[in-house]
Design a protein around this ligand. Structure first.
Ligand code: C2E
Ligand code: MG
Ligand code: MG
Ligand code: MG
Length: 292
């Protein structure tokens, strides 16, 4: 990463690279403020069992309520801070906020397991497990198993052994680990085997593909069997339509997250949504094709 201070700021010629660096610099500055000014918030997207109608938990997704630009999804800002130390502060804020919300809901008598997304830089931070332990300690009523860490397959690129060790320490604290966007990286099968993840989240690109691409369907079917054999829990992301749900249920993937169930929503909407949700009758009636 190029240096942003000093004379590079005073170039006469405003090259495109200069502009993009300056805009990254500005975004980082602006996000520091956002964190201080409480402009960040978490939205929650339900995860459900399509067969039983059970709401099994939710994923906490970062949003930035920008005073001028409105509500921003991570795509609009996270790429610019992902590899900077600011991401560590944001990650901690996310962790603390999610734990606080779980505790608040638990006090209202509702147990909602939550997952949070962990960026590569957090995983490379040797202090990460310690911070996690401290954060969990401050909520004695919460069972650590209610927290799940979603880790991108690509976050482990290059240093699988090191990342696996960090995740192992986290797992020893009782939290659950999920591989996020599974199938988009390069060494999926190795990750499947070596990362201490109980949960595997199938990337939405596969789910989109299963209706029109027999190869995607075959791959997904294989992943379902693999997950069975290796005792991993599978959840499909990007379930947008009834047809997606139907196909997933047919091949034996009952757990889902996606717009077809619900879009990510503000915290205050979650418990009311959860109380009324029922899988459509035709989802409930689908039975897994018996394979054995
Ligand atoms: P992700 O972890 O794979 O999260 C799923 C993303 O897919 C979310 O986008 C969600 O809104 C979107 N999505 C859910 N269902 C559907 C669907 O049916 N169709 C389509 N097309 N999209 C769907 P979002 O909230 O914009 O987040 C994007 C990514 O940003 C996340 O992908 C995650 O990698 C990252 N992210 C979000 N929050 C955090 C965070 O707190 N920390 C870190 N490090 N990364 C985060
Ligand atoms: Mg995720
Ligand atoms: Mg994902
Ligand atoms: Mg993603």
């Amino acid at each position: 990463q190029a240096k942003l201070s000093g004379k590079s700021r005073f170039h006469l010629f405003d090259t495109e690279q200069d502009r993009s660096l300056r805009s990254q610099h500005e975004t980082i500055e602006r996000m520091h403020q956002a964190l201080k000014n409480n402009e960040l918030c978490l939205y929650y997207q339900p995860k459900v069992n399509m067969r039983t109608s059970e709401v099994i938990g939710a994923e906490a997704l970062l949003r930035w309520q920008h005073p001028e630009r409105g509500l921003l999804a991570p795509g609009a800002f996270i790429g610019l801070v992902e590899n900077t130390p600011l991401m560590l502060d944001i990650g901690r804020w996310v962790m603390d906020s999610a734990l606080a919300k779980m505790n608040e809901w638990l006090e209202q008598g509702v147990r909602v397991p939550l997952s949070i997304n962990i960026s590569a830089i957090e995983l490379r931070d040797p202090n990460f497990p310690e911070h996690l332990a401290a954060a969990l300690k401050s909520w004695p009523d919460l069972d650590p198993a209610m927290l799940e860490l979603e880790v991108l397959e690509t976050a482990a690129l290059g240093d699988l052994g090191q990342i696996a060790r960090v995740l192992d320490s986290c797992r020893q604290l009782g939290v659950s680990i999920a591989i996020d966007d599974f199938g988009t990286g390069y060494s999926s099968l190795t990750y499947f085997k070596r990362l201490p993840a109980k949960v595997v989240k199938i990337d939405q690109s596969f789910v989109m593909g299963i209706l029109r691409d027999p190869a995607d369907l075959a791959i997904l079917d294989g992943i379902v069997r693999l997950a069975d054999a290796l005792d991993r829990q599978l959840i499909a992301e990007g379930v947008e339509t009834f047809e997606h749900a139907e196909m997933l249920l047919r091949i034996g993937c009952d757990l889902a997250q996606g717009y077809g169930v619900a879009r990510p929503m503000p915290a205050d909407d979650f418990l009311p949504w959860r109380a009324q949700w029922r899988a459509p009758a035709n989802w409930r009636n689908l039975r897994t094709v018996s394979r054995r």
